[in-house]
Design a protein around this ligand. Structure first.
Ligand SMILES: Cc1cc2nc3c(=O)[nH]c(=O)nc-3n(C[C@H](O)[C@H](O)[C@H](O)COP(=O)(O)OP(=O)(O)OC[C@H]3O[C@@H](n4cnc5c(N)ncnc54)[C@H](O)[C@@H]3O)c2cc1C
Length: 380
């Protein structure tokens, strides 16, 4: 068994780290303080191939696979968690289209999503005001009208919603989970109404909005895959997406470790730098162990996905462990900062706020445990 990255993977990590340090990190605090969406980074991310990492080259992507995607995304997240989730949701949307859409639809949509055309990105609209965890309870309806569908409903918490070239919308075309279909709705479609930005605790540079669909008319060619497979598309997309949230959490956790280590060196208590106090050294040991376990779970899930192996359980283990480890890491790192951790003068305050949502979106920790326990009890 070899735990080393290949030469190519290490080159990608180095490239992503340099890009993140030079282009993403410098604006992170400003994006957080002002709630500014990283519009200026969409074209540079596309130039690196980071918007279409899970899309075949023939469809306009960079086709780097999940392991490389997870490694690169962690570097972006370490620099700015808001930029990372913007990138992650674009990749999730693009990969679902690449996997399930017709050749004609792929040719129309994927070049936009992979190139960040017009500074816009993709969005994935599953959650509704009345349901998130129980996504199959969604009520948005798509009714057939000749060659078109007319879509009506409300979507909630849609990342990238105000800046979307395309929104992948899950809507009901029948009863039950087999009565859900997926549609690509152009961001400028008549009747697609973008609501006000959510006033979030963290990830303030990312865009989260409710979307209302009022008689949105889309031609049937914008249906992704057959009628009735929308729930399967959504669950498959989330399996991949959970690797992305795992790597986002890894990036935030690493940033917290860097901040803690830096602070421990400069601050003294009882005549000694903080890093000489064993109680704090032990906190660092725990963060380091948590982050390494996260990295291994992330790489395992990503590698299974790249090999086309079943990975639902691995994705859930990665997501729940990574997000909870990340929250432990930011909490300890903030504690190490003492009172200074509680004010905005130090980056750890932002990291603490950014971390929290990783336990909620793309399936809460409780939902991951539902998935894991179901699989563990089956003996898989
Ligand atoms: C910043 C942000 C961005 C988001 N981006 C997107 C997006 O781009 N697209 C999208 O579709 N959605 C998005 N979401 C929605 C997100 O996926 C949901 O918030 C999440 O799935 C939880 O759903 P809920 O908020 O409706 O909580 P609920 O489902 O109402 O859950 C409430 C609580 O009950 C628990 N719970 C529910 N069912 C069970 C159960 N069976 N067993 C044990 N506990 C349970 C949950 O874990 C949670 O603690 C985003 C959310 C946020 C906050």
């Amino acid at each position: 068994m070899n735990f080393q990255l290949s030469e190519e993977q290490q080159m990608l990590v180095d490239m992503a780290r340099q890009f993140a340090a030079q282009q993403v990190a410098p604006g992170a605090e400003h994006r957080d303080q002002t709630g500014t969406f990283p519009s200026d980074l969409i074209a540079p991310l596309a130039e690196q191939g980071f918007l279409g990492m899970l899309v075949p080259e023939a469809d306009g992507g960079s086709d780097m696979g999940y392991v490389n995607y997870a490694l690169a995304l962690a570097e972006i997240a370490q620099a700015c968690a808001s930029t990372a989730v913007t990138m992650a949701v674009n990749n999730l949307t693009a990969s679902a289209v690449a996997t399930f859409a017709s050749a004609e639809l792929r040719a129309e949509v994927l070049p936009d999503l992979c190139s960040g055309a017009g500074g816009q990105v993709g969005a994935f609209a599953l959650s509704e005001p009345h349901c998130g965890s129980d996504a199959a309870a969604l009520r948005t309806k798509a009714e057939r009208d000749g060659d078109d569908y007319i879509i009506n409903g409300a979507k909630q918490w849609i990342t990238n919603g105000s800046y979307a070239s395309w929104v992948l919308v899950m809507a009901r075309t029948g009863e039950g989970t087999r009565g859900i279909s997926a549609f690509l709705v152009p961001g400028d479609a008549a009747g697609l109404i973008v609501g006000p930005e959510e006033r979030k605790m963290g990830l303030k540079g990312s865009n989260t909005v409710p979307l209302t669909l009022e008689n949105v008319r889309v031609n049937q060619r914008y249906r992704v895959g057959d009628e009735g497979i929308g729930f399967r598309i959504a669950m498959d997309a989330l399996d991949g997406g959970r690797i992305g949230i795992g790597s986002q959490a890894l990036g935030i956790g690493r940033a917290a470790l860097v901040e803690a280590a830096r602070y421990m060196e400069e601050r003294k208590a009882f005549g000694q730098p903080l890093n000489r106090h064993q109680a704090l050294q032990f906190m660092i040991a725990d963060i380091g162990t948590d982050l390494e376990a996260t990295r291994l779970l992330m790489l395992k899930a990503a590698s299974l996905r790249d090999q086309g192996e079943p990975m639902t359980q691995a994705a859930s283990m990665c997501k729940v462990y990574a997000s909870e480890a990340c929250c432990r890491a930011v909490d300890s790192a903030l504690q190490i900062h003492g009172g200074y951790g509680y004010v905005q003068d130090y980056a750890i305050e932002r990291l603490y706020r950014d971390a929290r949502v990783t336990r909620i979106y793309e399936g809460t920790s409780e939902i991951q445990r539902v998935v894991i326990s179901r699989n563990v009890l089956k003996g898989s």
